[in-house]
Ligand binder design. Structure first.
Ligand code: GLC
Length: 729
């Protein structure tokens, strides 16, 4: 009898074990936390360690023995980077990795259109999914405190509220497709000069109110799955393994359950990596773009050295399990997520999204005598001048560079639209698009290009100058900031001389940053285009021609001169730093918070953008339900063509001893396309938490009681109405 009983028990145990083995961590219907627990219980120490570091340039290992998938990552925020070789920075030369190049994120921010941000995240993540990627290394929400930042084009402007509001829909849409976003660069990576070593000194209040704020919103509202630590240091510790930042603020403070991925080469030692909140170590011993390494992946700080500390009991297994669990959570949310989409690549639907974002991101800054929209019948010959009329701007910029299948240039689109009216002169040249070198410019060649343009201008009835920055080194590119607020390659002089030959001059600029405009009074129109991606030419011509009415508004302040930026008066310590120490001495007064509060007149203020029509704002009404402030107003198209308007709400807090900006963006809404005479009523809801300030003595967010003013504006300096509200407690 016993034998029979034992046999049954053994069979039952074996069956249970088999069932248990097969059941939970591989069961796509099981709760992820159960899958994680089950997987951890089956993994060896070495298998857990393998999850924590690269096994190639852009993948981290899974657990082959258990059938747990590896994580495939790739750049960047604007589209899927071309496939690189497994273990080098060299292109793999695949022929199926051409993709859609979407507009830069600063362009997306300029649309002020949350719906387009959703469309962006949905479309770009479909391309990542189709290319077999689980993590897209973007978006970025570092704050544009200096117009020289080489990577500003990858970010969403100077204001933390706008950046947060515009990044949340993008992340939600991407992750709904089963592709993880990797929000970067956490945190204070606001310059490229000395990016690997600079230590940022910033007040706790500015840290929370300005630099952490968009990341916090993405964690709390979009539940971003991964975050990339930044190369720089904060409080003398690298942000890729900074205990106070990653364990203190991000994981415990914000209750974030994702995986912290280092920037490529951002990990510098094992103990900090083990105890400082790093979960996946990537690109160690490299510089994120060029430098290779003779070290193998097992030499990574979180590889053999860390495994040794675990085996010796120097670091408890719980630390390893916590990291491995976070990585498994990403795997089960993406690579092993039964709902992850197949995706698609280079579909017309994606090109439509790309073009719409470009069209709505272009900011019309000047339009004298309504020279725009362009009535080509008025002009016999239209001269297009400038290298950016033909240059591919989807390449360059560093890790966010793209291998676009379609790359429509402004000149191609202008020629398609206006036929042989269009004549072209390059006007200037900038050299090759290279990452770590700047080509020596030949003055003779530059002079002859200029002379040719000026000669052709003599017989032109209209000039369209297409220039700006171009994602070459120090021209909006990773790993090096701009060296001047002025445009390069003699563009300013060329524009000025062209206008002397033909006063009908329209300027179209590309770039992720503001710049000086000594020629502004001499030109009749100016459109700033950021970087528009695959549909650049089409989007631009649709706006210039009036097929689309421009509705973009600046996410950054364009100062009249470089010295007007708030940090400049503090000298090199405030930027780019001295002895690898940079001090954010302007504190919370970044961008318009400085210009508006201190009455410094900018060339073009934050939130500024012209339209081909005009809008009237109704008187705003305000109410509050204790948790939210509601502002309600109607907007009417009072012009002759259909258009969209972005209404912005800025708050002024009650007077107190605490210095506060005179205006802070706390709400915005974009109308639908309003026909002439049509109105739309906007209800803009401001959670009261958005009105809080960060109290450094209590290290908490606090709501000041008293009288608030809410300014309803077309931009930070163009206030169309006000509403007051007293907040008691
Ligand atoms: C780069 C960049 C980062 C990029 C990574 C991988 O150095 O800083 O944004 O995602 O390395 O290319």
């Amino acid at each position: 009898m016993n034998l029979k009983k034992n046999l049954c028990m053994t069979l039952l145990l074996a069956l249970t074990a088999t069932t248990a083995t097969a059941q939970v961590y591989l069961d796509p219907q099981a709760p992820i936390e159960e899958r994680i627990k089950d997987a951890i219980s089956r993994m060896t120490t070495h298998e857990k360690i393998q999850l924590l570091h690269a096994q190639s340039k852009f993948t981290s290992a899974g657990v082959p023995r258990l059938g747990i998938r590896q994580l495939n990552m790739d750049d960047g925020p604007h589209g899927v980077r071309e496939e690189l070789e497994w273990n080098t920075w060299s292109p793999a030369r695949w022929t199926n990795d051409y993709i859609v190049a979407f507009p830069s994120l600063t362009c997306l921010a300029s649309t002020w259109n949350r719906t387009l941000s959703t469309a962006y995240g949905d479309a770009v993540s479909e391309e990542f999914a189709f290319r077999g990627k689980d993590i897209m290394l973007g978006p970025g929400v570092n704050i544009q405190r200096t117009p020289l930042n080489g990577r500003a084009f990858e970010y969403m402007g100077e204001d933390p509220f706008l950046a947060g509001e515009m990044v949340v829909p993008y992340i939600k849409a991407a992750q709904a497709n089963g592709v993880a976003c990797c929000l970067k660069h956490f945190v204070l990576n606001d310059q490229e000069t000395d990016r690997f070593a600079v230590n940022v000194n910033v007040s706790e209040r500015a840290m929370h109110e300005i630099y952490l704020a968009p990341f916090k919103k993405a964690v709390e509202q979009a539940h971003v799955y991964t975050i990339m630590g930044s190369y720089n240091m904060w409080k003398g510790v690298h942000c890729c393994h900074n205990d106070e930042l990653l364990n203190g603020i991000l994981k415990r403070g914000w209750k974030w359950d994702g995986a912290l991925i280092s920037d490529w080469g951002g990990t510098t030692n094992t103990m900090e990596a083990a105890n400082g909140g790093l979960d996946i170590e990537m690109g160690t011993y490299t510089d994120g773009k060029l430098k290779e390494s003779e070290f193998g992946y097992d030499d990574y700080y979180l590889a053999k050295p860390f495994e040794k500390l675990i085996e010796e009991g120097v670091i408890p297994m719980s630390v390893l399990d916590e990291k491995a669990s976070r990585v498994l959570r990403v795997i089960f949310r993406t690579a092993m997520n039964p709902n992850k989409v197949i995706g698609s690549q280079c579909s017309e639907a994606h090109y439509d999204v790309c073009r719409q974002i470009g069209e709505e991101g272009i900011v019309l800054l000047k339009n004298e005598k309504n020279i725009l929209p362009l009535d080509a019948n008025k002009y016999g010959r239209i001269l297009v001048v400038g290298e950016n009329a033909t240059r591919s701007l989807t390449k360059g910029g560093g890790s966010s560079e793209l291998k676009a299948l379609r790359d429509t240039s402004p000149l191609e689109a202008l020629q398609a639209a206006y036929g042989d009216k269009i004549v072209y002169a390059q006007g200037y040249y900038s050299g090759r698009a290279i990452y770590d070198q700047v080509d020596t410019i030949d003055p003779a060649k530059q002079a002859s290009l200029k002379a040719e343009a000026l000669e052709k201008a003599k017989t032109a009835d209209l000039i369209i100058f297409v220039g700006g920055l171009n994602k070459n080194r120090r021209q909006d590119c990773e790993n090096g900031d701009r060296e001047s607020y002025d445009l390069s390659f003699g563009q300013n002089e060329l524009i000025a001389e062209l206008t002397k030959v033909q006063k009908n001059t329209i300027v179209v600029m590309f770039g992720g940053n503001p710049y000086s405009m000594p020629w502004l009074s001499q030109v009749q129109a100016l459109a700033h285009c950021w970087y528009l991606g695959s549909e650049a030419g089409t989007a631009l011509v649709n706006v210039l021609s009036g097929k689309v009415n421009p509705s973009g508004k600046l996410p950054v302040t364009f100062a009249a001169k470089y010295e007007d930026y708030p940090y400049v008066k503090f000298g090199a310590e405030a930027y780019p730093g001295v002895n690898k120490q940079v001090y954010y001495k302007e504190d919370i007064f970044v961008g318009y918070r400085h210009f508006s509060t201190n009455h410094v007149k900018p060339l073009f203020p934050f939130g500024f953008g012209l339209s081909y029509t005009t809008f009237a704002y109704g008187k705003p009404s305000i109410s509050s339900n204790g948790k939210e402030v509601m502002i309600n107003l109607s907007v009417t198209n009072t012009g002759k063509v259909a258009g969209k308007e972005v209404v912005q709400i800025y708050s002024t807090a009650p007077q107190s001893h605490l210095p506060r900006p005179d205006k802070e963006l706390k709400g915005f809404a974009k109308t639908r396309l309003l026909q002439p005479g049509e109105s739309e009523t906007l209800n803009i809801v401001i959670p009261r938490d958005e009105l809080k300030y960060y109290n450094e003595s209590t290290h908490t967010w606090q709501l000041a009681t008293g009288a608030y003013t809410f300014h309803v504006g077309a931009n930070v300096n163009d206030i169309r109405g006000k509403a007051n509200l007293t907040i008691e407690n």
